[in-house]
Design a protein around this ligand. Structure first.
Ligand code: BG6
Length: 507
């Protein structure tokens, strides 16, 4: 019997979630993402017994590997997890297959089709397929065209496309890519992945906001004076200069991960908990967002690049000294900017967004600072109040904290800020799944909630267009500021936020 994949619409996050029989086809199977993230995530799903027995993975890439070689390479790549669970690995690996494929060759694509039909017979995967494009973005178009030509995208209930970032490199290219993809597939078949949405703590922004009565009434311009969204990394560019040099922090982190955190933090409550209702609200809020000064973006944005730093015993190279990086590179490894959202909820509230590599600490968080008390009752007796702050800790030390003032013990009325804290680890005891576990499962379930829709991606690019154009057309107006490795970024970023008499949180 032919069983279609569950209807992707209206599945939502709330229903019983059983992955239907299917074959996951990974394009770019010899690449880094496949062995670092995808295969470990699938193995985790297998160990959690969340994969159906009628399941297969077909790895595809140009290399001429056999099934056996692919299995062996994946076992080596994921390391001890495979050898420590040898029985499970053997069972899981028996569902891994490999097909050499050059997407430019029509004949290869017909061989792929034939191979998929063989796998359907062997593994009872019922013609259901999820195609994962883990290839260079230059091949997204070719992949869609080839799959469509071979009739592999014809049935929207049986075939899906998962597309990795970057989805375009500016508004025009994202729009063109959306049109191209939609020429071959329905939007309901397309799953644009942003791994931040797979993080428990990012999803928790929705639950904190919409499952509690205390937050929503004060989640607006009447009570919140500013918002900071940070994704700070301690690592440098590592071995990814080839990609990063033409991307930079703005395209690599801000347009996608930070913008997704912004959308979840700022969106209106959806009418229902279903994928389209949530994505409608995210798209709407992104359409209302803008750079604080669109005409002169240099007034509201700072770009930085790490230079050398570290200690005598552990010196760290500057970005321009990293392997593969142009010694005169002007690619930014740090961005800070101020945004506004022109709607009733947020009018006038500055949203400060920053990200950087080689910063002092690895930390991603959303910080909401509340307005000061209207009357400083205790000033005269030594208490100068601090603003209340709600910190949503995305990673590490996942959780949340709320800062408020209390009376310091002793005579007088001196106040001091204290924190109330929630920690995922303390409350739930177990580490949460890697983002890819959740996202792969959702893509195979056909649940698009945690994937970005075409209009969201376009709105996110449009938001940064004035800045991208400035960098392209007159970069001297926004020069790159160097910052020492393992510090908190360029001084210009401190000056940016100081204009509003604020400081960046340094957790
Ligand atoms: C990726 C970026 O999307 O996210 C990397 O390409 C970055 O440059 C990474 O290091 C950060 O992800 P995480 O989950 O470690 O915060």
């Amino acid at each position: 019997m032919n069983m279609p994949i569950t209807n992707p619409l209206r599945v939502g996050l709330r229903q019983e979630r059983v992955i239907s029989p299917q074959c996951l086809v990974v394009f770019g199977a010899s690449g880094d993402l496949t062995h670092r993230k995808l295969i470990p995530a699938l193995f985790e799903l297998f160990n959690q017994r969340r994969l159906p027995s009628e399941f297969a993975v077909l790895g595809c890439a140009r290399r001429k590997w056999t099934d056996e070689e692919f299995r062996r390479k994946m076992a080596i790549a994921i390391g001890p997890i495979a050898s420590e669970n040898q029985n499970s690995w053997d069972q899981f690996a028996s569902g891994l297959f490999y097909q050499p494929l050059d997407l430019d060759k029509d004949n290869d694509v017909f061989l792929l089709k034939k191979r998929l039909e063989d796998i359907d017979r062997l593994r009872a995967t019922h013609g259901n397929r999820t195609f994962y494009l883990s290839v260079s973005p230059d091949f997204y178009g070719t992949a869609c065209r080839s799959l469509s030509l071979a009739g592999l995208l014809d049935d929207p209930k049986r075939s899906r496309l998962v597309i990795e970032k970057p989805f375009g490199r500016d508004f025009a290219s994202a729009l063109a890519l959306n049109r191209l993809v939609q020429g071959f597939a329905n939007e309901s078949q397309v799953f644009r992945i942003d791994h931040y949405l797979g993080k428990e703590t990012v999803q928790n922004i929705l639950v904190m906001r919409f499952a509690n009565t205390i937050f929503e009434p004060i989640w607006n311009r009447n009570y919140i004076s500013s918002v900071q969204i940070t994704a700070a990394e301690t690592v440098g560019v590592e071995e990814r200069a080839g990609y990063y040099e033409s991307s930079g922090a703005l395209r690599d982190m801000v347009q996608n991960h930070l913008t997704q955190m912004l959308a979840l933090t700022a969106m209106e409550p959806p009418g229902h908990f279903d994928p389209e209702a949530i994505r409608n609200e995210k798209a709407k809020v992104l359409q209302a967002a803008r750079l604080a000064d669109e005409m002169e973006p240099w007034n509201c944005c700072v770009r930085g690049q790490y230079c050398k730093g570290g200690t005598d015993s552990m010196p760290l190279a500057g970005y321009r000294e990293e392997p593969g990086v142009n010694p005169n590179s002007t690619t930014e490894t740090y961005v800070a900017m101020k945004l506004f959202i022109d709607n009733w909820r947020w009018q006038g509230v500055p949203f400060y967004v920053r990200t950087g590599k080689r910063l002092a600490k690895r930390i991603s968080e959303v910080v909401l600072t509340f307005r000061e008390a209207p009357v400083h009752l205790f000033d005269a007796v030594g208490g100068s109040p601090t603003s209340n702050q709600l910190v949503l800790r995305i990673q590490p030390n996942e959780g949340a904290e709320f800062r408020f003032d209390v009376k310091s013990p002793g005579s007088g009325m001196r106040s001091r800020p204290v924190e109330m804290e929630f920690s995922y680890e303390e409350s739930f005891g177990e580490p949460s799944d890697e983002g890819y576990v959740r996202l792969l499962a959702d893509a195979m379930l056909g649940d698009p909630t945690l994937f970005t829709r075409n209009d969201e991606v376009e709105a996110a690019w449009r938001l940064y267009t004035p800045l991208l154009e400035l960098i392209e057309d007159s970069p001297w107006q926004l020069p790159i500021c160097q910052y020492e490795s393992r510090t908190w970024g360029p001084a210009a970023a401190d000056a940016l936020i100081a204009q509003d008499e604020l400081i960046w949180r340094r957790p």
